[in-house]
Design a protein around this ligand. Sequence first.
Ligand SMILES: NC(=O)c1ccc[n+]([C@@H]2O[C@H](COP(=O)([O-])OP(=O)(O)OC[C@H]3O[C@@H](n4cnc5c(N)ncnc54)[C@H](O)[C@@H]3O)[C@@H](O)[C@H]2O)c1
Ligand SMILES: [Zn+2]
Length: 399
Amino acid sequence: MRRIERTFEVSYRHRVLFTRGIFLSANPLLAGLLTESTVRRPVRALITLDAGVAETVPGLGTAIRDWFAAHAEEVALVREPLVLPGGEQAKEDPGQVTQIHALIDRHAICRHSFVIAIGGGAHLDVAGFAAATAHRGIRHLRLPTTVLAQADSGVGVKNGINAFGKKNFIGAFAPPFAVVNDLDWLEHLSDRDRRSGLAEAVKVGLIRDREFFEAMERDAGALAEFDREAMERVVIRCAELHVEHIATGGDPFELGSARPLDFGHWAAHKLETLSGYRLRHGEAVAIGLALDTLYSARSGLIAASDAERVLRLLERLGFALTAPELEKCETDGCPSVLRGLEEFREHLGGQLTVTLLAALGKGIEVHALDARLIRNAIQELLRRRRGSRTAADNKWQLS
Ligand SMILES: NC(=O)c1ccc[n+]([C@@H]2O[C@H](COP(=O)([O-])OP(=O)(O)OC[C@H]3O[C@@H](n4cnc5c(N)ncnc54)[C@H](O)[C@@H]3O)[C@@H](O)[C@H]2O)c1
Ligand SMILES: [Zn+2]
């Protein structure tokens, strides 16, 4: 039998640039990026914009228009920004991807042009997928606008939309041309969305960097009040750890079975879908982290006192560590969230690989979870909630 075989490599540069006031005419960052590797002028760009950002950032439309007018010789905005509803519902609607594809077609956005996406993690996932699939990949510039997206989802190399009741069922690995984290966007976020992103920071600290976890413990009071400097420190370090993992972890496109950055996510993804996306991704991740931390303690990997530190930090940051979906059971009495484990295995393929904690700051991979211990961990979280309610009630009665 004849066989032709070669191995080849494709190298990527993955960069996350931090700035403020990206659309101020004096800020050179965007023009530099858009023109750095194209000789033809003006470079064409299509902007997609999360409606949540369009509604809350005053004067954004004008700022974008003025910025492109001031740089008209170098870059051309092919039409006004395409404003699309953000949040998880965006990923539930395949029509958004089609809308972006249609504009890429109508405005002759080619592989040397840009799709610039401005928004939260959900919007970036949608626009990134549209950009990755039109003409087999158009240059994609991500401008994440939430804590979660700047620290975690927006600085990754994945995109995708939901289908068949499953998160990220359709998607691709496609490193963006660049990510620009404009820290000013975070000022416009709701408290809920500021907090939500902190869950991913706790996650990465727990599996990668004990010092970072302990810094968050020290800063918990400031973070709970969304102190600007404390929040920015977290966003920058979390993004750095994330990129570090992609670049040096040995498996940026997740071809193997391990996915350390998905610590706490098997339960989180299931809780999100069970809640009909009432729970934000970060809120579900906080519960998933609590569950897998307790599991790590119950299976003897970490001390109970370390697990308590993790739960305390999450609570001090303002996360609820249970949700009604955690109590939901199937007709056979099995907690519905346990189905998430099977879906996780299905999504990954290969051997089931779940990250647990070997210590604060150190993840460990396991290939099986004991359903009985998961149930115990769920019960412990529920007891804890009831305990905190009773404590609050007692306090109220005493005062
Ligand atoms: N691709 C990946 O690797 C990856 C990794 C982790 C998470 N994710 C995905 O990210 C999504 C969650 O992202 P998220 O937490 O950023 O939330 P989100 O995108 O759902 O946005 C939450 C809300 O905030 C609004 N919003 C966004 N920026 C704003 C701003 N600056 N001011 C005011 N409102 C603003 C949005 O319109 C939306 O209503 C989930 O779909 C999750 O699956 C993807
Ligand atoms: Zn996540």
